[in-house]
Design a protein around this ligand. Sequence first.
Ligand code: CP
Length: 320
Amino acid sequence: MRNNIQFDQHGQLRHFLQIEGLPRPLLKQILKTASSFIKAKKKTIRKVPLLRGKTVLNLFFEPSTRTRTTFELAAKKLSADVINFNINASSTSKGESLTDMLQNLEAMFCDMFVVRHADSGAAYFMAEHVSPHVHIVNAGDGCHEHPTQAMLDVLTIQQQKGDFTPLRVAIVGDILHSRVARSLCHALSTLGVSEIRAVAPQTLMPMGMEALGAVPYTDLRQGIKDVDVVVMLRLQRERMSSALLPSEREYFNQYGLTESMLELTHPDAIVMHPGPINRGVEIESSIVDGPRSVILRQVSNGIAVRMAVMAMVMGGGEHD
Ligand code: CP
């Protein structure tokens, strides 16, 4: 997909649609800005007036717990007005087109749409059809990208590990259907991570992982050996059009992260998961709640990262 639509004529970030093609300094600026919103001592997020008087509309065509709530919290911490638009109760069920819906919502003086959609490219489509003063942030489009998830993932890695350069990172699970994996590979690669591994059964491994900077592995033991970070993904049954796996039990036996498998990683390795988690399917429950897990830290970091992205597309940058 075209990348230049993300920037205005002055080269400023206008929409946030994908990680692919974004330069390293921009990703670092997002991390720096997000970090500036986190109050280290109190482990809370500061409230700032950067989007006072602006209206943000959450437009989620797919279910969400973490992304929608943290975007709402982030917009409120930026002092914006926020509306969680109820798609199911909207006039789309009466045949209204997406572009007509956008025009009507724009007429209500919305400044930013945060969009999650089952179709890859939906956020791009909207970015191409909104007025020049309106901003689109992609909250996950089909199997394409989930760019703010990748940024909160790399912020969590940075907090835990510091320098990206020497790291080995394994992304394990249903890579084929994962917008999280695609965005994360682009982010890790751009930030200079030395080794990215994609671990999945052959049926859930997309072609061309090397182009995303990742080395494919079909064996979990080899894939997670000595890694510093393990990112587990759930099976996205809702995106599978045919049976790609024998059974969940068989999948857990082959690809589930268990305590004994975790011993193959570096002794200081951290375990991540974007959620939602299916305990006992891709990961043993005790690991989710165990000392290596930074899964809830990822969720908390979602607020600061989404604040940073929304502030930056609206023209705000680093914040002291
Ligand atoms: N990680 C993630 O996108 O979670 P939600 O589907 O709950 O938003």
